[in-house]
Design a protein around this ligand. Structure first.
Ligand code: ATP
Length: 365
C-alpha cells in the first residue's frame, strides 16, 4: 500500500511561512496534483514529502508508516524533476538502467528490469540505439522508463514538463496519463498549469500563499470552487464575478441582482446585507431578450467554433462563451441569462463560497 498522508504540515523559513497547516491524503494509486501560482508552497510541500526538506511541524506518513524524519534515500519514492533530460552520451539501455546502476544493482538484474520496462513502454526495439537518434516521442518514453524502472512506492514530480513546447507538452500529458492508468503508482505532481492539472489529476489541491484553498476532483474544483481565488485561477477565461449588495435567506432558491431574480441552488445559510459576488463561468451564459440583467456588448473574440463576447454590465464586465455563428454588434444592448445549477455565490469580503445545496453536496478536504 502506498497511501501518502500529510498531517498539519507547516514550514517556516525564518518569519516567512511557506506552507501553513497542510493536511491531505493521496490514496493508493491516485494521481494527485498540487496546483497554484508561483511561490504558493507547492515545491516546498513536495520536498518535505520527498525528505529533502524537514518540516517545522507536522507529520508525513507513507504506506501508513511515519517517515517525517527519514532521510530521502530511506523513503521508497522517486523524485522526478525534468522528464525530458536524457544523458546524450548513453544509449537507451544505459539511460533507463542508470538509476539501478547508481543503486548498486547487479548487471543481470539491471538487464532484466530495463528490458521489462522497455517492453512495457513499447521501446524494446530501440534499446541499443543512441538517444540522439530517437524521435521526440521515443525520447520521452525513455525518460519515463528511467523514472519507473526503480518501481518505487510513489512518484513525486515537480513541473516535469516545465520547458517543453506545447506540442511535446500535450504528448507528454497523454503519455503520463496513459502510463498512470497502466501502472497505478501513487503520484504527486506539482504544476502551475491548470490544463495539465485538469487533464491528468484524479484529485487536485489548489494552493495559494501556503494554504490549500480546495481539495477535490477536477470537476468539483471547476464546478464548485470553494473560493473566488480558485474560481479565478481555473478556467480560461476564468469565472465571471458579478458584484452586488444583498442579504440572503436560508432556503431561498434565488438572489435578486439589480432587480433581476437569478435562480440558484438552494441557499443553506442566512446572511445579513453585505457585499456578495455571483460567480458564473462563460459557457453557462446565453443571450436572452427577456432578461432584466442587461449590458452593452463591448467586443467579441472569434475562436472558430465559439466566440468570447464581452458585455459591460452594471456589475462589471462579463465574458460569455457563445456559438460563433451568433451575430454580435459592439454597443448592442443584450439581456443575459445564466444556468442556475452552475452558479456559485461568494462572500466578497472573505472570498469564500456561500453554502448552497450543491456546494454542500461536494467534497472538500
Ligand atoms: P515555484 O513554482 O515558483 O517554485 P512554488 O509554489 O513551488 O513556486 P515554493 O518553491 O514552495 O513555491 O516556495 C514557496 C515560498 O517559500 C516562496 O516565496 C519561496 O521564496 C520561499 N522559499 C522556498 N524555499 C526557501 C528557502 N530555502 N529559504 C527561504 N525561503 C524559501
Amino acid at each position: 500500500m502506498a497511501e501518502i498522508r500529510v498531517e498539519n504540515l507547516h514550514k517556516a523559513f525564518g518569519e516567512f511561512v511557506a506552507v501553513r497547516d497542510s493536511t491531505f491524503t493521496v490514496a493508493d494509486g491516485e494521481f494527485f496534483v498540487m496546483l497554484g501560482p508561483s511561490g504558493c508552497g507547492k515545491t516546498t510541500t513536495l520536498r518535505m514529502v520527498a525528505g529533502l526538506e524537514l518540516p517545522t511541524s507536522g507529520r508525513i506518513l507513507l504506506g501508513g508508516g511515519d517517515v517525517t524524519f527519514n532521510r530521502a534515500a530511506a523513503r521508497d519514492i522517486a523524485f522526478v524533476f525534468q522528464l525530458f533530460a536524457l544523458y546524450p552520451h548513453m544509449n537507451v539501455r544505459q539511460n533507463i538502467g542508470f538509476p539501478l546502476k547508481c543503486a548498486g544493482m547487479s548487471r543481470s538484474e539491471i538487464r532484466a528490469r530495463v528490458e521489462e520496462t522497455a517492453r512495457f513502454l513499447r521501446i524494446d526495439h530501440l534499446l541499443d540505439q543512441p538517444v540522439s537518434r530517437l524521435a521526440g516521442g521515443d525520447r520521452q518514453r525513455v525518460a519515463l522508463g528511467r523514472a519507473i524502472v526503480r518501481r518505487p512506492m510513489a512518484f513525486l514530480m515537480d513541473e516535469p514538463l516545465g520547458t517543453l513546447d506545447t506540442e511535446f507538452r500535450d504528448l507528454m500529458v497523454r503519455e503520463l496519463r496513459e502510463l498512470h492508468l497502466r501502472i497505478k503508482a501513487t503520484t504527486v505532481y506539482v504544476t502551475h498549469d491548470q490544463l495539465e492539472a485538469m487533464a491528468m489529476a484524479d484529485k487536485i489541491a489548489v494552493m495559494s500563499r501556503g494554504i490549500i484553498e480546495q481539495f477535490g476532483t477536477p470537476q468539483e474544483i471547476y464546478d464548485r470552487p470553494a473560493s473566488m481565488f480558485v474560481a479565478d485561477f481555473i478556467g480560461s477565461p476564468p469565472m465571471n464575478f458579478l458584484a452586488f449588495r444583498g442579504g440572503l435567506r436560508k432556503g431561498a432558491a434565488s438572489v435578486r441582482v439589480n432587480g433581476a431574480d437569478i435562480a440558484l441552488p438552494e441557499i443553506r445559510e442566512d446572511r445579513a446585507d453585505g457585499e456578495l459576488a455571483l460567480g458564473v463561468r462563460p459557457e453557462y451564459i446565453r443571450f436572452d431578450d427577456a432578461s432584466r440583467l442587461r449590458g452593452a456588448v463591448f467586443g467579441a473574440e472569434y475562436l472558430g467554433t465559439t466566440q468570447i463576447v464581452t458585455v459591460d454590465t452594471a456589475h462589471g464586465q462579463v465574458k460569455a462563451r457563445l456559438p460563433a455563428d451568433i451575430a454580435v454588434n459592439p454597443g448592442e444592448n443584450v439581456g443575459l441569462a445564466f444556468r442556475g445549477e452552475k452558479l456559485s455565490l461568494f462572500d466578497k469580503s472573505s472570498g469564500r463560497a456561500i453554502h448552497t445545496a450543491l456546494i454542500d453536496g461536494a467534497r472538500h478536504g
